[in-house]
Design a protein around this ligand. Structure first.
Ligand SMILES: NCc1[nH]cc(CCC(=O)O)c1CC(=O)O
Length: 347
């Protein structure tokens, strides 16, 4: 039995409703199967990408929901091996031919390249900032002494402690709706990515967006990653079917160069620090004319100490992004970042 639904309020207006299918879909020429996690955020953002690919390729596109252990389990993320658990099942589905593309939140994607898989496109990034969602419209400064603020992220916890040592930071897990439901119940506020709230149409819950200068966010936050099998980007092997050329063209056109340069610089920083997505590391890359600038910040988990470094390159092209990320990481390591933040590179 096929459960079919349309996704996202914009799907209707654009006229191209993308079917969401929760069972295996066989490969056929002219069909692009976009693999996605099943959370409402994942289905919404994968649907946005799928619609763009349908529009630009002229091919039929469906979303295929891949269930991941991370979606099913109630264990804390750290015990599951980090957010990588969300990614690996989708990659297995891609490699195994159960889907033709996979869409991830870029910040959930491990920085190491994965054999047989290409990072085929990084579409235009949306808001990279973190957002406070507090009761009664409060901003951070307005929260009462000792207020309870929920976040599952060691980076956000350290940043909040640095600004407001009096706050009580509480753990947080589950999907966006579950997290928001705690505001005004057992918590005074939660901190979430503005991008996720916007994509879900829940931006009205935001009471403050933290400036990136003061609260740099996770590398790649607000950006999506579209992965393909390495073979599928060429002019077409038999395994890719007739759709491989239009699919490759569509992927090239949804790729956004500035977003890619910023995301790659931020990810190179994280990679060189040997830090994972759970590390207390913030990154903020921006393109200004031809110039690419990257700020990297590492936090002592208790928020008591911070190390920040900004460097730039005259161009965002070629290897510049990766080199800039490495450069900032090495500068931070020179200044003692590994000991400060308890990173793997300390060894
Ligand atoms: N860590 C989970 C996660 N991965 C991606 C997003 C949504 C934001 C994005 O697309 O970067 C979120 C939720 C959050 O951080 O609030």
């Amino acid at each position: 039995m096929t459960e079919s639904q349309t996704n996202g309020p914009r799907g209707v207006a654009d006229g191209a409703a993308i079917p969401v299918i929760r069972e295996p879909v066989p490969s056929r020429p002219g069909l692009i199967r976009v693999g996605t996690r099943g959370s409402s955020l994942a289905v919404t953002q994968s649907g946005d990408v799928a619609r763009e690919i349908a529009r630009r390729s002229g091919l039929e596109v469906v979303l295929v929901v891949v269930r991941t252990y991370g979606d099913v389990s109630r264990e804390p993320l750290a015990q599951l091996g980090g957010t990588g658990v969300f990614v690996s099942a989708l990659r297995d589905a891609l490699i195994g031919g159960d889907c033709d593309l996979a869409v991830h939140s870029l910040k959930d994607l491990p920085t190491a390249p994965f054999p047989g898989i290409d990072l085929a496109a990084i579409p235009r990034r949306v808001d990279a900032r973190d957002a406070l969602c507090a009761r009664d419209g409060l901003d951070l400064a307005g929260l009462p002494e000792g207020a309870r603020v929920g976040t599952g992220s060691p980076r956000r916890a350290a940043q909040l402690r640095a600004l407001r040592p009096d706050l009580r930071i509480e753990g947080l897990r589950g999907n966006v709706d579950t997290r928001l439901a705690r505001v005004g119940a057992d918590l005074d506020a939660v901190v979430l990515a503005a991008a996720g709230l916007e994509r879900l149409g829940r931006a009205e819950a935001i009471t403050e967006r933290f400036p990136l200068e003061r609260m740099p966010t996770a590398p790649g936050q607000g950006a999506l990653a579209v992965e393909s099998r390495a073979e599928a980007r060429g002019t077409g092997g038999s395994a890719s079917g007739d759709g491989s050329r239009p699919m490759a063209d569509a992927l090239r056109r949804i790729d956004h160069m500035e977003s890619r340069a910023c995301a790659l610089a931020e990810r190179a920083l994280l990679n060189r620090l040997e830090a994972g997505c759970a590390a207390p590391v913030g990154a903020w890359a921006r393109v200004d004319g031809p110039r690419l600038t990257l700020t990297g910040t590492v936090y002592r988990p208790d928020g008591g100490d911070t190390l920040s470094l900004t460097r730039e390159r005259p161009s965002a092209r070629g290897d510049a992004a990766a080199l800039l990320g490495e450069d900032v990481a090495l500068g931070l390591l020179d200044r003692g970042a590994a000991d400060l933040a308890g990173l793997g590179a300390a060894r």
